[in-house]
Design a protein around this ligand. Structure first.
Ligand SMILES: CC(C)(COP(=O)(O)OP(=O)(O)OC[C@H]1O[C@@H](n2cnc3c(N)ncnc32)[C@H](O)[C@@H]1OP(=O)(O)O)[C@@H](O)C(=O)NCCC(=O)NCCS
Length: 166
């Protein structure tokens, strides 16, 4: 996916009709991150405290996606040098911006950061009924692994998905 490197580690991806600016999040983005979590995950959103801990964790990259100056997306990925694997903790596009190819630049960027950290595998857990996310990852070359019972709570199973980074 073509992109342009801007100042401050920001990347402008040509995607859909409008470009998506992807940049590292900072503490000032906390309200925006909380809003996206609320819009996308409702009661199952990450708490303020957890988001803050992710922002402060050196092994985590937290990304913000912007369109025309507005925050519309977020992504979080945890790198584990000991296993050379990176785990996608969250990837979210606000509902109004879904379905326009916004997620692909974020996923591309996540994978690039994982490569830079030396990871060989990117993995995640996704709700078994989350067709949009499952299709997104399948289209990107992820494979479905085990079904994890009760991963998101009682009766709420997840698929484990992973992709080898080349
Ligand atoms: C999953 C999510 C990130 C996808 O973002 P998006 O910007 O709407 O997706 P895109 O428009 O970039 O589409 C990328 C691919 O996802 C799949 N997809 C997207 N929306 C879909 C839908 N409603 N149904 C089925 N597949 C869908 C398609 O494979 C699509 O590729 P294509 O356009 O080449 O067919 C978004 O729906 C979202 O934020 N959902 C709520 C939070 C969430 O569930 N996050 C995933 C946690 S693992």
């Amino acid at each position: 996916m073509p992109y342009t490197l801007l100042a401050n580690n920001s990347y402008l991806f040509a995607s859909g009709l409008l470009g998506v600016l992807v940049r590292p999040a900072n503490k000032e983005d906390l309200p925006g991150l909380m809003w996206i979590e609320h819009e996308c995950f409702g009661r199952e959103r990450f708490s303020r405290r957890y988001l803050l801990s992710l922002l402060q964790n050196q092994e985590v990259d937290v990304l913000i996606g912007m369109v025309e100056g507005n925050v519309v997306a977020s992504a979080m990925v945890l790198h584990d040098p000991s296993t050379i694997r990176s785990r996608i903790l969250s990837l979210a596009i606000i509902p109004e911006e879904q379905g326009h190819g916004r997620s692909k630049p974020l996923l591309t960027h996540i994978e690039e950061l994982a490569r830079q950290r030396g990871s060989l595998i990117v993995f995640l857990e996704v709700r078994v009924e989350n067709d949009a996310a499952i299709n997104l990852y399948l289209g990107r070359g992820y494979r479905i692994g085990d079904r994890i019972p009760d991963f998101f709570g009682r009766g709420e199973d997840a698929w484990y998905m992973e992709r080898a980074l080349l």
